[in-house]
Write a protein that binds this ligand. Structure first.
Ligand code: SF4
Ligand code: SF4
Length: 385
């Protein structure tokens, strides 16, 4: 039977509580009376809700309200691991993203995944990452409610329901994932490994105000006006991509899910008017999407990296906070005279630094010849500044 993806109009966040309630009424998730529900919003970084980087608190509140009404005895948790900055970063994200008060109001517990025990080597059948470790709560919750935000993404072109689950990995493990999945095809497979391990039964996407352009954190906000919901994250992403007019072939997690037989038939319940989202940079996305994964893995990772965007620091905007130095999983950013310097020979182009720079001071550049020259000569930003 085809999976149903429900579309609910929601022009602004003041309507979110009612709109989320209607969607949950339709999905009608079943739960033991005192069951454990884990809400997984997108809390990429400590950012105010109006920046549209993170799932809006009104959507999270709507979900809490519905479960408190229908399952008053349920144990509600709101969990995430914000970027790669560890426990302190996630605690700050809960506060800045507006979740502390609502957690109190609905008697929900905020859980930074960094603080939880892990189950190691969880998905032994994973294609790319059998050593994947997940927090015990993610594995043992009776119900996971995945709450992604509709955004474009400089590395993966799009981030939605499937990609949001990458945040189930606590800080440092996410960094490890970027090393294991060192090219876009492999990274997409790795994200699908995580999706297969987590498989949330309820997915509700905040597409009220999304982000286009240089997402997931440095793009422009995009008024879209909808919430989407369904029991399957891949099918939900398929509908969100139609809504944002992003070609599905540009999104490698969708391709990987299809190849693994994880792409169900679906039907859309409700209507929407598509809103065209600008992609990070179009020609580069096209090159990567037409490159079959078999070819991508057959050629060297350095060649693949030549096609990928490089991070560039705008020293006029940099405030020397050194978040990028702490976050870089490849240890490719060091400091000189207090300023961050990128060593392109070590950089794996994961773009975590650009994602998490609070000043938007790290841009991406797409010059194939320049990329290859830097990779093979081992240049750093300092030399090219
Ligand atoms: S994260 Fe951004 S502002 Fe902070 S040091 Fe790095 S480039 Fe500069
Ligand atoms: S420099 Fe930036 S893009 Fe390169 S590996 Fe480090 S975090 Fe990733």
């Amino acid at each position: 039977m085809a999976v149903k993806i429900y579309v609910q109009k929601c022009s602004d966040y003041s309507q979110a509580k009612v709109a989320v309630g209607k969607l949950l009424d339709k999905l009608s998730p079943k739960l033991p009376e005192k069951g454990v529900v884990l809400l997984k919003p997108n809390l990429l970084m400590p950012a105010l809700p109006e920046r549209a980087i993170t799932t809006h608190p009104a959507v999270v509140a709507g979900v809490c309200h519905w479960f408190r009404t229908h399952y008053p005895g349920a144990k509600l948790y709101i969990g995430d691991s914000s970027g790669c900055l560890g426990l302190a970063g996630t605690k700050l994200a809960f506060k800045t993203c507006g979740l502390v008060k609502l957690a109190e109001e609905y008697n929900a517990q905020l859980v930074p995944f960094e603080s939880l025990p892990l189950i190691k080597n969880y998905n032994k059948h994973a294609k790319v990452w059998p050593k994947l470790s997940l927090p015990k709560l993610v594995v043992q919750a009776d119900l996971i409610v995945n709450l992604p935000k509709l955004k474009t993404h400089s590395l993966t072109n799009y981030t939605g329901a499937v990609k949001n689950l990458y945040g189930c990995l606590p800080g440092g493990i996410k960094g490890e994932g970027h090393i294991v999945g060192a090219n876009p095809h492999r990274f997409a497979e790795l994200i699908v490994d995580v999706f297969e391990a987590v498989k949330p039964r309820v997915n509700i996407m905040d597409a009220v105000i999304g982000m286009e352009g240089a997402g997931p954190s440095n793009g422009q906000t995009k008024q879209t006006g909808y919430l989407l919901a369904g029991s399957d994250a891949v099918a939900l992403d398929a509908v969100a991509l139609k809504m944002a007019k992003i070609p599905e072939s540009f999104v490698l997690t969708q391709t990987a899910a299809k190849e693994r037989g994880l792409y169900p038939e679906y039907s859309i319940v409700g209507k929407f008017k598509p809103v065209k989202y600008k992609l990070p940079v179009r020609w580069k996305s096209m090159i990567l999407s037409v490159l079959p994964s078999s070819i991508a893995s057959a050629i060297t990772s350095k060649m693949v990296q030549g096609f990928m965007k490089s991070p560039e620091i705008d020293y006029n905007k940099c405030t020397k906070c050194l978040t990028c130095v702490r976050i870089c999983p490849a240890k490719a950013i060091t400091t000189k005279a207090g300023l961050p310097v990128i060593h392109h020979d070590k950089c794996i182009k994961c773009l975590s630094c650009a994602e998490h720079c609070p000043e938007g001071a790290i841009h991406t550049k797409q010059n194939l010849a320049d990329n290859l020259k830097r990779l093979f000569r081992g240049e750093s930003d300092e030399e090219t500044k």
